[in-house]
Design a protein around this ligand. Structure first.
Ligand SMILES: Cc1cc2nc3c(=O)[nH]c(=O)nc-3n(C[C@H](O)[C@H](O)[C@H](O)COP(=O)(O)OP(=O)(O)OC[C@H]3O[C@@H](n4cnc5c(N)ncnc54)[C@H](O)[C@@H]3O)c2cc1C
Length: 618
């Protein structure tokens, strides 16, 4: 199975991404250059990533006392990725980028996520450098961002601490001014950091010459106390190795020590680390404390960090989607090849049994069983639907950056509302797809002889990192649908209604259009009912069921839009791909959308069954 036809349809026929070159920023591009990027990434993923996905799972990163060792395949894949120029593909020409639309970059990165998610697409490095482009000084951009975009150095994102994961306001890493002249350092106001950062992905390795950590820390007040809450948080660049203003290594290590590698369920090709900052193992200038350079204003660290979040969350959603897709393709191949059982037939009149099977006939392939088809169609509807969602959001990023004032602002607000869904929906449902892929393989799926168990293990991370499911749901119901007087929700409803109107004119889609209209009304009334007492404890107790219903409604909308476009493009309505798309849409409307009733019941009733059960009763 090739991903390419699905990707091409969604990009060009559905989203009309080919016309992005009419924007000034992308004027040098064409369908040919877009296709060339996709071809290159597809090839690198096929040659350098896919063959090594199992290797990186088995040969976990290990520390030899001095260095973190990764398989040679990871080094080779990293080199090929850097040489492709994809690290800075969406960036300006003057910093070595290709000014490629983000939509195309997101599409291209899907090949890597499907081939081997944990070898990685270097999302953290480009996200880190992107943040510096927006919030860093010219010197910080030159020294740090440019060297990250070129692939010479890698980047991390150091938010979490052992005691502060979901609750970043409790970050305890301290940053104190480094000497009386701390303001005069050309790389930025210089501080000394002490503290521990937990779960840091790619926190130590030898893939690159240096690692640029972006670290959240608090600057103590005059009494030496940390300011409570997020307004006390600032952001710092902390290089693993000290550098000068020309971007050359000075030869001195910074005081960042690897305290340990975490041994994970999946995603094992990427190191995951506990880092100690400023414990005195590598004192710089004879002093303990990791040297860090302030980025942006004091106390605005989380605000700056959120700049990375939208694209990082689309990246997580894409990773979840593509792991789901990898499982779908593997289980589809398996279902076409595996003979097992016979089809049931209607008994002759008078026969005792309600079901008969012709035991003398050869076994059928399992794809012929209705229940296996149900599992395949569920996977297709989850994964191709999720891909449509991620690409839709990626196009909003381009619209926000290059559209006229009104459409850029609409895109910004729509992204606010859709980002928790783009991150969470694939994390939950493409994981479910991976579970179904294992199920289709039967006992074989539960062994390491087939790849599907690894896809599930790798995918299980996505509901946890970059803000857990519960935190995303609270963000959606507690903030995003309320912000700016609910304008984001109104904008989204207008787009959904536009699709409903178009689909209502297509006889085969009209019943779905009606169901979607009802679902949308119900989301609106559930939002109001959740907040009707004005008590966040009432509303947020069922934030996850709300997010599930919201996500399913968004996916139903996208499937209706995709199906309508598929029927419009294929005038003869004879292509198997069109039958696949309309079939997946029908599956979603018949089997999935009705689930929102149960989810929204507890939201509307502000059901406190879980919230109020006494602790001793559990
Ligand atoms: C493999 C991996 C890679 C990671 N990479 C990075 C990285 O590169 N950089 C980085 O900074 N971090 C990283 N993380 C950390 C990740 O973001 C955190 O694990 C995550 O934010 C959750 O924090 P926690 O583990 O402390 O769990 P906790 O915050 O303790 O949460 C435990 C459970 O309680 C729930 N919960 C917590 N608070 C609330 C609340 N207020 N309301 C409702 N429910 C709540 C959560 O939803 C969750 O189910 C990574 C984690 C993993 C596992």
């Amino acid at each position: 199975m090739s991903l390419r036809p699905t990707l091409d349809f969604l990009l060009y026929d559905w989203l009309d991404a080919g016309s992005l070159n009419q924007r000034e920023r992308f004027a040098d591009h064409s369908r040919e250059t877009f296709d060339a990027v996709l071809d290159t990434c597809e090839r690198i993923a096929r040659e350098k990533y896919a063959p090594h996905n199992r290797t990186v799972d088995i040969q976990e990163p290990h520390f030899d006392g001095e260095k973190v060792i990764l398989p040679q395949a990871t080094h080779d894949a990293h080199k090929a990725y850097v040489e492709s120029g994809m690290m800075s593909a969406a960036q300006d020409y003057d910093i070595g980028g290709m000014q490629l639309p983000y939509t195309l970059q997101a599409a291209a990165s899907s090949f890597f996520a499907m081939a081997s998610v944990s070898i990685g697409s270097n999302m953290l490095t480009s996200g880190n450098a992107n943040l510096l482009l927006v919030h860093g000084t010219d010197m910080q951009k030159d020294v740090f961002a440019k060297n990250e975009f070129s692939g010479r150095w890698a980047g991390t994102m150091c938010l979490s601490e052992p005691q502060a994961g979901s609750s970043l306001s409790d970050v305890a890493t301290r940053a104190v001014p480094d000497g009386a002249d701390f303001q005069d350092d050309p790389l930025g106001p210089r501080y000394r950091l002490t503290g521990n950062k937990m779960w840091i992905s790619s926190g130590d390795h030898e893939l690159t010459e240096n690692i640029v950590h972006i670290v959240l820390a608090k600057i103590p007040d005059a009494n030496g106390k940390l300011v409570p809450g997020t307004r006390g948080i600032s952001l710092f660049i902390v290089p693993k190795k000290m550098v000068d203003t020309d971007g050359q290594l000075t030869g001195e290590r910074n005081d960042v020590a690897l305290a340990g590698l975490n041994h994970k369920l999946g995603w094992r090709g990427t190191t995951n680390t506990l880092l100690n900052f400023g414990e005195g193992k590598f004192p710089v200038g004879g002093k303990a404390g990791a040297v860090g350079y302030l980025v942006g204003e004091v106390g605005k660290g989380l605000h700056c960090m959120f700049h990375m979040m939208n694209e990082a969350r689309i990246g997580v959603g894409t990773a979840a989607t593509m792991l789901g897709m990898a499982g779908y393709y593997a289980s589809l191949d398996y279902a076409k090849a595996r003979p097992q059982g016979r089809l049931v037939k209607k008994p002759e009149p008078g026969a005792g049994s309600a079901v008969v099977k012709d035991s003398a006939s050869p076994q059928v392939r399992i794809i012929e069983h209705a229940d296996v088809r149900r599992m395949l169609l569920a996977q297709k509807s989850y994964c191709e639907g999720a891909l449509a969602l991620e690409l839709y959001c990626a196009k909003l990023v381009d619209e926000q950056k290059t559209g006229d004032a009104q459409s850029a602002d609409d895109a910004r607000l729509l992204l606010e509302v859709l980002t928790p869904i783009a991150k969470s929906w694939p994390s939950e449902w493409c994981l479910e797809a991976n579970s179904l892929a294992i199920q289709i393989h039967g006992g074989y799926g539960y062994t390491r002889d087939f790849p599907v168990e690894q896809y599930w293990r790798d995918n299980r991370l996505n509901m946890i990192h970059e803000g857990t499911h519960g935190i995303q749901a609270a963000d959606l119901l507690g903030r995003k649908v309320l912000m700016e007087g609910g304008r984001g929700l109104t904008l989204l409803a207008a787009r959904i209604n536009d699709t409903i109107e178009r689909a209502a004119a297509v006889p085969s889609l009209a019943p779905h259009a009606k169901s979607l209209g009802a679902a949308l009304v119900r989301i609106g009334s559930a939002t109001q009912a959740a907040w009707s007492t004005g008590d966040p404890a009432d509303a947020l107790a069922n934030a996850v069921p709300y997010m599930q219903a919201f996500g399913h409604t968004v996916l139903a909308w996208l499937w209706l839009d995709v199906a309508q476009r598929a029927l419009a493009v294929d005038e003869a309505k004879s292509m198997p791909a069109t039958a696949g798309r309309t079939g997946a849409a029908t599956y979603f409307f018949n089997y999935e959308l009705p689930k929102i009733g149960a989810w929204l019941n507890v939201v509307e009733n502000r059901d406190l069954t879980c919230a109020t059960l006494a602790e001793e009763a559990f």
